[in-house]
Design a protein around this ligand. Structure first.
Ligand code: ATP
Ligand code: MG
Length: 264
């Protein structure tokens, strides 16, 4: 569904990502796990058709990408809601961009349904300023799902949230992905090992900048839905965590000490 072949990108001041090769199958949830500043946003922006690579190819559903894919949605690091519109209107506008021929009332109903699904049934009229960070990110997730995307791009969707809110939203996201009306292919960027294992079918580590590139992917064979509590003591969780951290740091882990985040 998503394929990157030999993708590289430089900015004038530095090489960022080099020779990125990745395939995400239909319905698969793949996470790219990497350091701050490694080029993660650059990579997902190229995969989503929002930025151009210097070399290499991006294919969505077997076709070369031309701008942002029609049937995709993206959730950014910092909410990116329209500040002067209500939560409902923020979601409805996204619905309108996908289902332009729907009457406004039907678009509103769709927006309301997804806001309710993320627990914001009583915040329809609130503007982003009146919402907490966690609530704003809930609106972003509702907005992404309300367009019924085939592909979901998530760029550190919970990066700006405190640990407890983050845990709640991770569970919510897993539930939304599992209950979507059709399979959603998801590419998520994160710097949080636990989050990657909690949500993904496969995790691909991204090495440090400059010239960051992908390492060997690790399949997460744990049954879904997963919970943070159950994972903490699961030997498979500890093994996967050790394998990824070893690639990213070059250091073999003593697995009694969980590592949560990779920071440069
Ligand atoms: N438009 C741009 N022009 C020039 N340099 C850029 C541009 N966008 C990003 N960079 C640089 O490229 C590098 C990678 O940036 P990018 O945002 O892709 O990293 P990231 O892994 O998403 O970082 P973070 O963890 O902070 O979100 C950084 O050094 C950044 O300063
Ligand atoms: Mg980023």
């Amino acid at each position: 569904m998503i394929e990157l072949r030999g993708v590289s990108k430089k900015y004038p001041s530095r090489d960022v990502i080099t020779d990125i090769n990745l395939r995400v199958e239909e319905g698969e949830f793949v996470s790219i796990l990497g350091y701050s500043g490694a080029g993660k946003t650059t990579l997902i922006s190229i995969a989503a058709g929002l930025r151009e690579a210097d070399s290499g190819e991006v294919l969505i559903d077997g076709k070369h990408i031309q701008g942002f894919a029609d049937e995709a949605s993206i959730v950014f690091q910092n909410y990116s809601l329209l500040p002067w519109f209500s939560a409902l209107e923020n979601v409805r506008l996204a619905v309108d961009s996908r289902f332009h021929d729907w009457p406004k009332e039907k678009q509103k109903k769709q927006a309301a349904k997804y806001l309710e699904l993320v627990g914001l049934g009583n915040a329809f009229d609130k503007t982003p300023k009146q919402l907490s960070g966690g609530m704003r990110q809930r609106v972003s997730i509702a907005r992404a799902f309300a367009t019924e995307p085939k592909i979901l791009f998530l760029d550190e969707p919970f990066g700006a949230l405190d640990a407890l809110t983050r845990a709640n939203l991770q569970t919510e996201l897993a539930r939304m992905c599992a209950s979507a009306e059709r399979p959603v292919t998801t590419l998520m960027i994160t710097n949080n090992v636990e989050e990657a294992i909690l949500l993904s079918d496969r995790i691909v580590p991204l090495s440090k900048a400059p010239r960051a590139t992908l390492g060997p992917s690790v399949t997460v064979g744990l049954a879904k839905p997963r919970t943070t509590q159950a994972l903490a003591h699961d030997p498979e969780f500890i093994r996967i965590q050790a394998e990824i951290v070893e690639f990213l740091t070059g250091i073999k882990q003593k697995t009694e000490q969980p590592v949560h985040e990779v920071n440069a």
